[in-house]
Design a protein around this ligand. Structure first.
Ligand code: SD4
Length: 335
């Protein structure tokens, strides 16, 4: 398969959609749940347990997101998330259903399960998004427990960061840190997790939850809680989710763009590739050191992803309950 070189992408020549992205598997059962990064496997297991008891696709993605949020040894979701530069852990999350119901929270503090608060916004308010203190007050009113999300380890990392105060997101820290620890939930995880699922009734839902980029400015919101950027689901076509540098995902309305590319006939991996190439054309050299990774699942149960940089992996669980980790192709793949 021919890949564009970094020079081609960053030079003057426009980059078209190339044929030959990740092959579609014809010998595997259709996927029913996908999640970003290696640690998505544990989330998918929780989602599949929900499926087994007859729960909906929304229940599946919420159950999966809660697994990652509850892992206090990770460093970018829920408990133990690395804080912003003021030392505050602020969470972003959203959910979207087959029926176009949506809910989101931004910059939520002191509540572990942001994905569940997002769902509650969807189900119990006339709105689709609550932010900051309003989101926290709503969560407390709804009975969610509060606790300090800043663990001693995350606080130590923040104090260490303050020595230089250099803000430089690290590419694929989600997997490199996690693998370095050897275990899911390693202490340095960046566990933004995007999840997509199809339930027994064939309905699709998605969720995305994160504490965002470590050491961001207080009040910064990335792509993860934004419907259309970090997540989009269309029950006629399929769903998509994003991870990586949120600012770059938002520029191309990443998840929605992937779904529209699938609607136009592309398979999931090719649809993700088309949007990554669009971002590269839009931003040129500015994306050379950025990572954006997109993941999609279509209504036929085909899963695929594509990223700016190599190293993005995702967990795919098929209708037989088997989970595999797939590695997405990337625009800047080294030959
Ligand atoms: C953000 N997209 O807040 C998130 C960060 C992320 O793995 O995906 N980290 O920009």
């Amino acid at each position: 398969m021919s890949r564009p070189s970094r020079r081609t992408i960053l030079g003057a020549a426009p980059v078209g959609v190339l044929a030959g992205t990740a092959p579609l598997s014809t010998d595997t059962a259709p996927a029913v749940m996908v999640s970003t990064w290696d640690f998505g496997a544990a989330a998918n297991a929780a989602g599949m347990a929900a499926l087994a008891t007859g729960d909906s696709a929304l229940d599946m993605v919420e159950a999966g997101g809660r697994v990652t949020e509850a892992d206090e040894s990770n460093s970018s979701v829920g408990l133990g998330g690395l804080p912003d530069r003021d030392g505050r852990v602020t969470l972003d999350a959203c959910v979207m259903t087959w029926a176009g119901d949506i809910g989101a929270v931004c910059a939520l503090e002191d509540v572990v399960h942001a994905v569940s608060v997002a769902r509650r916004v969807m189900e119990r308010t006339p709105h689709t998004m609550l932010v900051g203190e309003g989101a926290r007050t709503f969560a407390v009113d709804q009975g969610f427990e509060t606790r300090n999300l800043l663990t001693p380890r995350a606080e130590a990392a923040w104090r260490d960061w303050l020595k230089t105060s250099e803000y430089a997101p690290r590419i694929n820290s989600e997997n490199t840190d996690w693998r370095a620890r050897g275990m899911p939930g390693g202490a340095a995880n960046h566990d933004t997790i995007g999840l997509l699922a199809i339930d027994a009734g064939g309905r699709m839902a998605g969720a995305c939850t994160t504490s965002g980029m470590a050491f961001k400015m207080h009040g910064r919101v990335g792509d993860s809680p934004l419907i259309g950027a970090g997540l989009y689901v269309d029950d006629e076509v399929g769903g998509a989710t994003a991870t990586g540098v949120g600012e770059d995902v938002v520029r191309v309305a990443g998840a929605h763009a992937v779904v529209e590319a699938m609607r136009a006939g592309l398979d999931p991996a090719s649809a993700c590739r088309r949007v990554i190439e669009r971002l590269a054309r839009l931003r040129g050299p500015k994306v050379a050191s950025s990572q954006v990774a997109l993941l999609a699942l279509d209504k036929q149960g085909r899963a695929g992803g594509f990223a700016l940089q190599p190293g993005f992996t995702f967990a795919v669980t098929d209708s037989g309950g088997r989970t595999r980790i797939e590695r997405a192709a990337a625009l800047f793949e080294t030959p």
